[in-house]
Design a protein around this ligand. Sequence first.
Ligand code: HEM
Length: 443
Amino acid sequence: MSEAVTATAAPTAVRLPPAPRIPKALQAVAFTISRRRAVERLVRRYGNIFTINLPVYGPAVVVADTQMAKQIFTTSPEDLGNIQPNLSRLLGSGSVFALDGDDHRGRRRLLAPPFHGKSVKNYVNIIEEETLRETVGWPEGKEFASLPSMMRITLNVILRAVFGAGGAELDELRRIIPPWVTLGSRLAALPKPARTYGRYSPWGRLAEWRRKYDVVIDKLIADERADPHFEERTDILALMLRSRYEDGSPMSRKDIGDELLTLLAAGHETTAATLGWAFERLRRHPDVLAALVAEADTDDNELRQATILEVQRARTVIDFAGRHVYAPVFELGGWVIPRGYSILVSIAQIHANPDAFPDPDHFDPKRYIGTKPSTFAWIPFGGGTRRCVGAAFANMEMDVVLRTVLWHFTIETTTAPGEKWHARGVAFTPTNGGRIVVHRRNR
Ligand code: HEM
C-alpha cells in the first residue's frame, strides 16, 4: 500500500451485527425450508439487524428497520451496488438486473419512458380485455383458485404491452414463458453448476427454452422493423428498438432479448401473486369487499388503491431487496460492514413495524384513506435507484383487474382461516392459490 494511502484516516474497524451461533449448513437448511419464518425468528431473537451466512449469497446482513432501509436505499450505488449473484444468472448479462453504476443508470433512463405513469395508461384497454377474456370461463358457485387465472391475465397483458400484437409468436411465448419462469425462479436461489449436465437437467431445460425464445424474438424484431408504422408504435419492443443511449448507440440484439425476458419474468408472476392475495384477503373481509363493490360502480378508486397498498404490505410477495457492499466499509446503525458483504432489506419485516403500521397483523385498507404510506416504511417495490421499474404499471394493472372483476362478479365471503404462504421461488403466493367462489352480477 502506498504511503499516501497509509497517511489518510485509518480504516474504520469492522463491527458486525450479532450472528446466530448455529453452523452455516443449519442456517442454509432453515432458510431453504422457510426463509420467511427463519427471518421472523431471527428478528425476534436478535432485533432489527443481524448477520447470517447463506448459500449462494455468502455472508449477509439482514435489516428490518425503516431508518436503516432509508439509509441503504439512498446510499450511492458506487458504495452499495447490485446484489451478487442476482436474477441475471437466469435472464442474461444484458438484463437490467445484471447492471451496475453508469450502465445501470443508462439502462434505467432508457426503460423509464414506457413505464412512466402517463404511458402505462395506454395499456388499460388491453388489461380490461384480458381480464374479461379470462373470467368469462369462471365457474359460478364453485370454489376455484384465482392464481392460475391471474397468471394468465398478467402474462397476456405483459406480452401484448411488450410486443404490441398477437399471433403465432406470442402463442409460442405463452407456451414457453410460464414453465421457464417457474423453474427459473426455483433455481434462482440455488448454486449454478459449472456445466448444465445435459438437455434434461434443470439448467439444460432453461438453456433449451432460451434457444426457442431467441428464435421467436428474432422473428418479432424483424416483423416490427418491417412495419411501415414502426416509428409510431408504442409497444415496449418498438421503444427499445428506437431508443438510443446518451452516446447515440442503440441497444444490442442480445441486450434487447435479455431485457424483454426480464420484463416478462419480473412483471408477470409478482403482479399475479399480489392479485391472488387480494382475492384471498377480500373473501375474509366482507366489509371491505362490500365497500369495494359499491365503489366499482363509480369512477372513484380511493378505496381500491388503499386495498392494493394494504395487500402489498400485509401480503408482501417479494421479501427482500438486496445490495452488495462495494465501499471498503459501510456504516449502518452503529455497525461497520466490510466490502463483499450482501445487505438484505427484509421488506416483509419492515411491513410488520407497528410504529409505522399500528396493529400490523390486521388487514385494514383504511389506514391509507386520505394519507399516503411513508416511502421507506411501505416498500413492496424496493427503493432508491433500483426501485422496481414496473411499479406504476403493476399498480395500474392491479387496479383495472380488480375493478373489472368486482364490476362483473360478486365474491362469496368465508370465515375459513387465511391461506398460508407458499414460496414459489422468487415470489410468495397463497398456498391454495387464492381460492374464491363467484357469481355473475345481473347488470
Ligand atoms: C406487484 C408487482 C411487483 C412487485 C411486488 C415488484 C417488486 C420488485 C422489487 C422488490 C424489486 C427490487 C427493487 C430493489 O432492489 O430495490 C423489483 C425490481 C424490478 N422490477 Fe418489479 N415488481 C412488480 C412488478 C413489476 C413489473 C410489472 C415489471 C415490468 C413490467 C417489473 C420489472 C422490474 C425490473 C426490471 C426490476 C429491476 C430494477 C433494477 O434493477 O433497476 N416489476 N421489483
